[in-house]
Design a binder for this molecule. Structure first.
Ligand SMILES: Nc1nc2c(ncn2[C@@H]2O[C@H](COP(=O)(O)OP(=O)(O)OP(=O)(O)O)[C@@H](O)[C@H]2O)c(=O)[nH]1
Length: 604
């Protein structure tokens, strides 16, 4: 079926986590008949197992809804899903660039949160028509009027014609569809121009290769067409073009304004990057669409196999994950303590946790993970600037002129009574106060510039616990700044354990060094000999603890000679050893490598 361009609407949904984006999307699908009630048992837009378990949307998807509007005309509404997490801002911005409008979904009981705001500003930057939707009006605590005021005052959008809905009961769903048709402009673009299609997402299929999700901006994209990825420069031939309804449905071509997917035997995610422009290799567009950028990792950690003979398997697993996640970066590294492994770079902490979990779950690997680190810039006396993502590679202090670390501009939203707690936490974490604005009588938006390394260091957990879960946080990269940073070495049994080294601000070095050795003493099991644990800056030891010796004779616990019982105990002991790494003569558990993140600031 050919669709007229003025009968197309491309939109996305912007919402804070848990404000009801997936439930609402399901309702829209259900209402337009894309999905029957029976198929609704699972929320369809989040379709990765991990996503569902964690209740977040990692990857965006696109789905076409056919809607017979009140004006008697049939419209094709393309819903482009956006990830809601701060790690994936660039993907959000590409999906917004593929739309003319956005539904801004705000929980009627909770009001605007930090991530809502960040994404709304992105949408405003992209000139999208924004339709405010106040959801969950069925809740007894719903206060749509307050939320309406927040939207007007904080964002500056008119919310008088906000749609009030309950994705739970289905109330207001038709109003949303009508608002999409009436308020969001149809796409523009000339189907006779040379092809320009924006890739806003991709995923890897083991049979078809990389599947690209795109929006045609100009021209047409047809099956059999030779295409070129303009930033990467690679050429392919299109095997399949289609749309999701939500089941994949093949079509011959997609024209300016339409949204769909293609398969072109692309073997590697690196060749099909989010943000790149697809053009016709035989009739190339003069220039790519604006805004392509190579995403850079923000957080790094070391991944090592517990059993050194699993190194090859770990490398193969990373190679495979890289095929469908171009933003994953890794290179081989060697640790004196942990042997052969990889230094991996991630978009953020969530991305890091997802990759670790997939390596363990899908590839059955048993890993030792070192504490995450940011990338530092070190200016040396030789006049060079080195970038360092592994603390143990920091040059000796004598050859350092200065060290710079990444900063982020953070926005925190919180009920008024927690302002003090948020400020206290931000100050402790070396935050630089920027601004504070009242969102309403009872809610406040606070802005701080913070070192990214301090955010990694359990900032989010602390924020949640000190505000009883009411605070929301969002941040964006804000460049490098010079700081007084030193490298802390940890010596276990007189030997420096490189994987435990970390970089810390001078003013906090004693406190963190002391707290870490105390923590390590409680984590490292007693060995047959006494094990000293020391924290040192350069050659100066600043803290010391000792793990006392004990003969660990588990069998002594069995009375008599019950052999099955003995075996059971030995099995159990083996199990317990799984996440232990033999380092020199000492066994170190996985927790020890993460201990630096867990040492209580609360101990101050
Ligand atoms: N009472 C009520 N609950 C709702 C409504 N809409 C969604 N919920 C519930 O709110 C919770 C979060 O909804 P989701 O749709 O998963 O939220 P989301 O915004 O997609 O969350 P992420 O995918 O994590 O971004 C779920 O428990 C829903 O059942 C509503 O209109 N009324």
């Amino acid at each position: 079926m050919d669709i007229r361009q003025d009968h197309i609407r491309n939109f996305c949904i912007i919402a804070h986590i848990d404000h009801g984006k997936s439930t609402l999307a399901d309702r829209l699908l259900e209402y337009t008949g894309a999905l029957t009630q029976r198929e609704m048992s699972e929320q369809v837009l989040d379709n990765m197992e991990l996503e569902r378990e964690r209740g977040i949307t990692i990857k965006l998807r696109a789905v076409r809804l056919n809607y017979l509007a009140r004006d008697g005309q049939e419209y094709a509404l393309n819903l482009i899903d956006t990830p809601g997490h701060v790690d994936f801002t660039y993907e959000v911005s590409r999906s917004l660039a593929s739309c003319e409008g956005a539904l801004l979904v705000v929980d009627a009981a909770q009001g605007i949160e930090a991530q809502t705001l960040a994404n709304v500003y992105l949408a405003i930057d992209h000139d999208l028509e924004i339709i405010p939707v106040i959801n969950k009006i069925d809740l007894p605590s719903a206060d749509p009027e307050r939320v309406r005021n927040e939207i007007e005052e904080v964002i500056g959008l008119s919310a008088q014609d906000a749609v009030l809905t309950s994705a739970k009961t289905g109330e207001g769903i038709e109003e949303i569809l009508e608002a999409i048709v009436q308020r969001i402009p149809p796409p523009q673009g000339d189907e006779t121009s040379p092809l320009q299609a924006l890739i806003f997402d991709s995923h890897y299929d083991s049979y078809k290769g990389v599947i690209a999700y795109f929006r045609v901006m100009e021209g047409r994209l047809a099956k059999g067409m030779p295409i070129k990825m303009m930033a990467i420069g690679k050429e392919f031939e299109v095997n399949e073009v289609g749309v999701f309804k939500p089941a994949p449905t093949l079509v011959d071509e997609l024209r300016a304004g339409e949204v769909g997917f293609l398969a072109a035997s692309i073997k590697n995610a690196r060749d099909c990057r989010v943000g790149d422009t697809i053009t016709n290799a035989n009739r190339s567009a003069a220039a790519p669409l604006p805004g392509y950028r190579q995403v850079k990792p923000m957080v790094y950690c070391g991944l090592y196999p517990v059993e050194s003979n699993e190194y090859g398997a770990l490398r193969d697993a990373l190679d495979k994950l890289k095929l469908n996640d171009a933003s994953l970066v890794y290179e081989a590294e060697t640790s004196e303590a942990l042997g052969f492994g990889f230094r991996c770079g991630f978009l953020g902490l969530l991305h890091m946790e997802i990759i670790q979990e997939r390596l363990e779950r899908e590839y059955g690997l048993s890993l030792i993970t070192t504490a995450p680190s940011v990338r530092y810039r070190v200016n040396t006396t030789a006049g060079e600037t080195q970038e360092i993502d592994n603390p143990s590679l920091m040059p000796p202090s004598g050859s350092i002129v200065s060290v710079e670390e990444p900063f982020v501009a953070a926005t925190i939203m919180v009920p008024q009574e927690f302002v003090g707690a948020v400020m206290e936490l931000s100050q402790e974490r070396r935050g630089v106060y920027k601004d504070m604005v009242y969102l309403s009588q009872s809610r406040v938006m606070i802005k701080y510039d913070l070192p990214l390394s301090e955010i990694i260091f359990d900032f989010f957990d602390q924020l949640k616990s000190r505000t009883k879960g009411y605070a929301s946080l969002d941040y964006e990269w804000d460049g490098f700044r010079q700081s007084k940073l030193v490298k802390m070495d940890i010596l276990v049994n007189e030997e420096p354990l490189d994987a435990l080294s970390f970089i810390v601000h001078q003013d906090k070095s004693y406190q963190r060094g002391r707290a870490l050795v105390e923590k390590l003493r409680s984590l490292i099991p007693r060995q047959l000999f006494e094990v000293p644990i020391q924290a040192a800056i350069g050659s100066k030891v600043i803290a010391r603890e000792t793990v006392r010796a004990r003969r660990k004779d588990v069998l002594a616990k069995c009375y008599g000679g019950d052999i099955t019982r003995k075996r059971k105990l030995l099995e159990k002991q083996k199990e317990g050893k799984k996440r232990m790494k033999q380092v020199g003569s000492v066994e170190i558990p996985q927790e020890a490598f993460m201990a630096v993140l867990k040492i209580g600031e609360d101990k101050r």
